[in-house]
Design a protein around this ligand. Structure first.
Ligand code: KG4
Ligand code: ZN
Length: 348
């Protein structure tokens, strides 16, 4: 019997129906256009939009999966981390539905869902854990840059994270300096396509550091000073492309080098990547080239599953429910600051 999952941690309202690892439906309603007006996500507006959208999105997900509400056998939602008022909408709706229908309910860690999303592939999208290999996983989103050692399915350990800005945040803040709309990542990706990545030399922060941590705020600052010294550049379309390509290269080379190094240190033969920045074509290409050179297997999250979605929440929830060890209590609440921690939440 199928499971209904919700994701409302930030600015996407999403509902998905999962059955035996198969994604029967995955409906995502993005609020990006609304928040773009303000240059970033406004938490109160996000929560209101989730309240408005959750029911229609759920109805569409169940209709697309050809499943009636009474047929839903379990519920799941993102429990954290994320915006408190946004998380509450999906989490408490799923918890209340589970209570009313006397079905099990599980709260999922958002980053753990990203972490296992590269194992969801094919048409129709299906979780393929039979192909699982121990791996080092890069999770890159607007709020987080994480390197995780995944020793076994549902067993993982955080290796490192960003000390300041996340990679996506760096794309977005550089884009803001250039006057690009929010979120700027996809615009920089597009502009960089015809630019020269070697035109300008920006720092590759902590690239040679022996830790698995990242730092991107210095890169953003160096772009700010560069633009202060070359104000004419923002008006010159061709040089703007070169600038985007050069900044993108600095971010991508840092992410790729540190991910490959972590795989070598942890002695794994597989790398996975997920989160919104994994949509970036230079990052996908850079990881593919480096993995081919090092003879490592690479699994990238499908582009449709890189940004926030309920399918990844539901797929992980189904695995957790199958173990029946981590059901959320009737009194559970959201955990907005739930960090991945050095230990796996699933091993609590
Ligand atoms: O995972 P996500 O959808 O939301 C968060 O949990 O933050 O990631 C959003 C981030 C934004 O910073 C956005 O600029 C970035 O992912 N992003 C990209 C691309 N597509 C999305 N960054 C670079 N290139 C892209 N193509
Ligand atoms: Zn995310």
């Amino acid at each position: 019997m199928p499971l209904l999952a919700f994701e409302t941690s930030c600015d996407e309202t999403s509902a998905a129906v999962i059955h035996h690892g198969r994604v029967l439906s995955n409906v995502v309603s993005s609020q990006i256009a609304m928040h773009a007006e303000y240059g970033g996500v406004v938490p109160e507006l996000a929560a209101r939009e989730h309240l408005r959208n959750l029911l229609p999105v759920s109805e569409r997900a169940m209709a697309a999966a050809e499943v009636a509400p009474a047929e839903i056998d379990g519920f799941a939602a993102t429990q954290g981390p994320g915006l408190p008022s946004a998380l509450m909408v999906g989490f408490h709706a799923a918890r209340a539905a589970a209570f009313a229908l006397d079905r099990p309910f599980v709260g999922i860690h958002h980053h753990e869902a990203h972490l296992y999303s590269p194992w969801i592939t094919g048409r129709p999208l299906t979780a393929n854990f039979s192909e699982f290999q121990p791996n080092v996983s890069l999770i890159v989103s607007g709020g987080h840059t994480l390197l995780v050692h995944v020793q076994a399915e549902l067993k993982h350990r955080l290796l490192g994270s960003t000390l300041d800005d996340a990679a996506g945040e760096c794309f977005d803040k550089v884009g803001k300096l250039l006057g690009l709309p929010y979120p700027a990542g996809p615009h920089i990706d597009h502009l960089a396509e015809k630019g020269n990545p070697r035109a300008f030399d920006f720092p590759r922060p902590m690239i040679a550091d022996s830790s698995h941590d990242f730092s991107f705020s210095g890169l953003k600052t160096s772009v700010r000073y560069f633009l202060r010294d070359h104000p004419e550049l923002a008006e010159d379309r061709e040089r703007l492309r070169d600038l985007c390509a050069s900044v993108q290269a600095a971010i991508v080379e840092t992410l790729v080098a540190k991910t490959i190094r972590a795989a070598q240190v942890m002695k794994v033969r597989c790398i996975t990547a997920s989160g919104g920045v994994t949509c970036n074509r230079a990052l996908r290409g850079g990881l593919a080239d480096a993995c081919a050179r090092e003879e490592l297997t690479l699994r990238l999250a499908e582009p449709s599953l890189c940004t926030d979605n309920a399918a990844m929440i539901g797929v992980l929830a189904e695995r957790v429910l199958a173990q029946r060890t981590h059901l959320a209590s009737q009194y559970a609440d959201v955990l907005p600051d739930w960090s991945l921690g050095r230990e796996c939440s699933l091993a609590r």
